[in-house]
Design a protein around this ligand. Structure first.
Ligand SMILES: [Zn+2]
Length: 312
């Protein structure tokens, strides 16, 4: 029973690529988004570093990278074998290297295994002008078959960034494409800059947990996210532009699933206002949060009543 509806049809194909170092289960679909292929084939890090980025060429955008959870907050669900916080941090640090090589100035909300309250993460993001905010998470669900990659955004200004990141991450991954989704997670709703949250796969799914434990796979995830960041301005912003550009240049704006009605942002905001962001994320984060960021198909009832304060 799906209570959400599609704002648009989610049709983006996913493709397995050898770039992940994994067997390709299916051949690429014809509507190959890879037709748009970035000439930026991922270059080895060492090689990228050799390409000096002059000050003049540096992108002015600051990228604030937010590795979800940390410290006492492992993320995921109870008894989950692979700790989410560790995977998040590793991908975030790899992403930092990728973006730094591109010339971006990168700020990390955490760069070690520490707990950072959601309010602090948001404050860090909002303290930079002309910045973008990228939250890295892995998913969890009690239903072990739940799998795939999701990218979340909230404000309309964030959709191009979400589109670009999802286009590359889900497009290149050997797992299901669960689409771009709009939802009012705290860190997305409270940030004033373009903000996205990437769920890089389900650690409760045996196959995806295996992928996630491969350094090569995490590196590829970071490179695809980095590519999305770099090419976000190429996302077609109108349908006309899309028609003209999608087949040769740019990145198609992704359709999205609107899940904003799962949670009432205003209600949760007023509730949240009574607590500090610290306490809200502290006491409940590990339990509640994954009632949200896990598998949306099965948790609709829970989600309705669950407070929406968690970050993902
Ligand atoms: Zn998470």
């Amino acid at each position: 029973m799906r209570k959400y509806f599609l704002s648009l049809v989610v049709a983006a194909p996913f493709v397995a690529t050898a770039a992940y170092g994994l067997p390709a289960p299916s051949s690429p679909s014809s509507r190959e988004k890879r037709a748009v292929a970035p000439r930026a084939t991922p270059t080895p890090v060492a090689q990228r570093r050799a390409v000096a980025v002059s000050e003049a060429d540096r992108p002015s955008t600051v990228v604030v990278i937010d590795a979800g959870h940390g410290g006492f907050d492992r993320g995921g669900i109870p008894r989950q074998l692979v700790p989410e916080k560790t995977m998040n941090l590793d991908v975030a640090q790899r992403l930092k290297a990728v973006l730094t090589a591109y010339g971006y100035r990168v700020v990390m909300t955490r760069d070690s295994d520490v707990f950072v309250p959601l309010g602090t993460r948001v404050a860090i993001a909002n303290s930079y002008r002309d910045a973008i905010f990228v939250c890295i998470h892995f998913n969890a669900a009690r239903r072990r078959s739940a799998s795939g990659i999701e990218t979340y955004f909230y404000s309309s200004q964030s959709l191009p960034l979400a589109s670009a990141i999802h286009y590359y991450v889900a497009g290149g991954a050997p797992t299901a494409n669960r689409g771009v989704r709009r939802r009012g997670f705290y860190v997305l709703r409270r940030t004033t800059i373009p903000s996205v949250l990437v769920e890089c796969g389900f650690l409760t799914n045996a196959a995806e947990a295996n992928y996630a434990q491969s350094a090569d796979y995490r590196q590829k995830l970071a490179e695809e996210i980095g590519r999305g960041v770099r090419e976000r301005s190429l996302v077609a912003s109108t349908s006309a532009a899309n028609r003209l550009a999608a087949n040769n240049t740019g990145v198609p704006l992704q359709p999205f699933i609107d899940q904003t009605h799962y949670r009432d942002p205003d209600l949760s905001r007023s509730k949240r206002g009574k607590r500090s962001s610290k306490s809200s994320s502290r006491s409940t984060s590990s339990k509640r949060k994954h009632s949200s960021d896990s598998d949306s198909e099965k948790k609709t009832t829970k989600r309705k009543s669950a407070p929406a304060q968690t970050e993902d």
